[in-house]
Ligand binder design. Structure first.
Ligand code: G3H
Ligand code: ZN
Length: 282
């Protein structure tokens, strides 16, 4: 089928009130696991690569693998650059074949965030690539080890930001934090509903490893169409690897150790997809 952009995945989701899982991938095992889950559940899917994934490999390597794999898939796949904060990386990713990018200017002043977001929107849109940007700030680092403050999004400011930038999807801060190891986020649904009433673009929830299952189930209906999940998959991968190695001290073939990680991550992705209601929506 080949890669498609965020609009092609999120517009139908918005129309039918479901949310699509956007999963952080770091290596070929993650990519295999997420795509296998999407194929088995007949679900659209968004694969995202963060800065640390790019440090581990590169936009060129990741785009080459994912673009090739997406061609073999029968479900819609979007390749999205996650939390980019510089223009060069975004352009490099677009050149490499990414169909969507996120500019994260959430630590900038409002005016600077708008200015930088508009720069990438101009380039991306001319090439059919979609742009997500963030207003308000979802705190904590991706690894969960730095304590950045979370600043909740202000409804009127979200409206102004979307109008000022012409973005395709807007990430908002409504109570989640990146890197949560337990599903303990306190979501401000009132704030979400106020924002939803003011803007038309699909809304994005970051830090969704921390969201309770019962709340994941209603996100699509409440106006969140893209739900970002990373930390939970890292946890499943590392727990599985640890157990596998600990239970067989004579295991010296890393592929034998990695295969169960693929299976477990894939199971977890399927579980989250079912919670979000994107299964069967391809
Ligand atoms: O952009 C990525 C997500 O917001 C992932 O957050 O790692 O806390 O699930 P998470
Ligand atoms: Zn995020």
């Amino acid at each position: 089928m080949g890669l498609i952009n965020l609009n092609d995945i999120l517009k139908p989701a918005q129309k039918s009130n479901y949310a699509v899982g956007a999963f952080n991938v770091y290596n070929i095992e993650d990519i295999t696991a997420v795509l296998k889950a999407a194929q088995e559940l007949n679900s659209p899917v968004i694969l995202m690569t963060s800065n640390s994934a790019l440090e581990h490999s590169s936009v060129e390597d990741l785009a080459a693998i994912i673009t090739r794999r997406a061609k073999e898939m029968e479900v819609p796949v979007c390749l999205h650059l996650d939390h980019a904060n510089d223009f060069e990386t975004m352009v490099k990713a677009i050149d490499a074949g990414y169909t969507s990018v996120m500019f994260d200017g959430s630590s900038l002043s409002y005016d600077k965030n708008v200015e930088k977001t508009k720069e990438i929107v101009k380039v991306a849109h001319s090439l059919g690539v979609t742009v997500e940007a963030e207003i308000g700030r979802v705190g904590k680092s991706e690894e969960g080890d730095e304590d950045f403050e979370t600043i909740l999004s202000v409804p009127n400011e979200v409206k102004k930001f979307v109008n000022d930038t012409d973005i395709d999807a807007c990430a908002i801060a409504i109570g989640t934090q990146h890197g949560m190891q337990t599903q303990a986020a306190e979501i401000d649904f009132e704030r979400l509903s106020q924002i939803r009433d003011l803007v038309e673009v699909p809304l994005v929830l970051h830090g969704s490893s921390g969201v309770k299952d019962e709340e994941l189930k209603i996100m699509g209906n409440k106006g969140i169409q893209k739900v970002n999940i990373g930390t939970r998959l890292k946890r499943v991968f590392t727990d599985t690897l640890r157990d596998k190695l600990a239970s067989n001290k004579n295991l010296h073939n890393h592929i034998t150790a990695l295969n169960p990680c693929i299976d477990e991550v894939s199971k977890e992705v399927k579980y989250k997809m079912k919670m979000l209601g994107c299964n069967g929506k391809a």
